[in-house]
Ligand binder design. Structure first.
Ligand code: E4P
Length: 218
C-alpha cells in the first residue's frame, strides 16, 4: 500500500518524507489556499518545491472546468516535473480531458469521486488514479469504505489498471480499513499517518526495558 500525504504544507511534507515511508503527495485548491499560496506563479513554484522534497507522485489540480482549459492547465502542470500527476475533477469535461491526457502519456488523478459509476467512467478514460473521498461520505452518514470495496470489485472484474487512491482519510482506522480492503494508495493528514505508530503497550514496554537496562548497568 502506498502512502501519500494530503497537504500543501512544506514542513509536514518534509516531516512525512523523513519517516521514509512516504510515496507521494496530494494537494487541492483548498489545501493550497490554506497555506496562503495564491496566484498562478506562486502555485507553480509551490508544486516545484514539493517535487524537490519528495521523490514520488505529486498531484496538481486543474482549476478549469471546461475541456480546453483543463488541457492547457494540465499540460503546463505536467511539464513542471516528471512526478506531477494532473488532478482532474470527476465531471464529463474531466472525463474527456483524462482520455486526452491518457493518449498523450500524461498521468491523471480523477478527483471528487463519490460513486462506483464515476470510478468506472474514469477507469474507462484511462485515469492513472481515482480518488474516492471516503471521509466526506462518512460525514453525510454514507459509507466511504463500502464505496472503496465496491470500486475494488468493479476494477478487479475487468482488470482495470487505474489505481484506487483512498482520499479524504481522517484517522488511522480509515487507513487500516483501506489496507484491509486493498486500496492501492491512501492519502491522509500527517496526524493520521503518525497515529499508526501509537500503542500504550509499546510505550509501557519500552519504558520498562529502559528502566531495567538502567538498573542492570548501575
Ligand atoms: C484528495 O486528494 C483530497 O485532497 C482530500 O483527500 C480531501 O480531503 P478532505 O475531505 O479532508 O478535505
Amino acid at each position: 500500500m502506498k502512502f501519500f500525504i494530503d497537504t500543501a504544507n512544506l514542513d509536514e511534507i518534509k516531516e512525512a518524507y523523513s519517516l521514509g515511508i512516504l510515496d507521494g503527495v496530494t494537494t487541492n485548491p483548498s489545501l493550497m489556499a490554506k497555506e496562503g499560496i495564491t496566484g498562478e506563479e506562486n502555485i507553480i513554484n509551490h508544486y516545484k518545491a514539493i517535487c524537490n522534497i519528495v521523490d514520488g507522485d505529486v498531484s496538481a489540480e486543474v482549476i478549469s472546468t471546461d475541456f480546453e482549459g483543463m488541457i492547457a492547465e494540465g499540460e503546463k502542470l505536467a511539464a513542471l516535473h516528471s512526478n506531477i500527476v494532473v488532478k482532474v475533477p470527476m465531471i464529463l469535461e474531466g472525463i474527456k480531458a483524462i482520455k486526452y491526457f491518457t493518449e498523450k502519456g500524461i498521468r491523471t488523478n480523477c478527483t471528487l469521486v463519490f460513486s462506483a459509476g464515476q470510478a468506472l467512467l474514469a477507469a474507462k478514460a484511462g485515469a492513472s488514479y481515482i480518488s474516492p473521498f471516503l471521509g466526506r461520505l462518512d460525514d453525510i452518514s454514507s459509507n466511504g469504505l463500502e464505496l472503496i470495496n465496491q470500486i475494488k470489485t468493479v476494477y478487479n472484474n475487468y482488470a482495470f489498471d487505474t489505481e484506487i487512491l483512498a482520499a479524504s482519510v481522517r484517522h488511522p482506522m480509515h487507513i487500516i480499513h483501506c489496507a484491509e480492503i486493498g486500496a492501492d494508495i491512501m492519502t491522509g493528514p500527517l496526524k493520521a499517518i503518525k497515529a499508526l505508530a501509537n500503542h500504550p503497550l509499546t510505550d509501557i514496554g519500552l519504558q520498562k526495558f529502559l528502566e531495567d537496562h538502567a538498573k542492570g548497568n548501575k
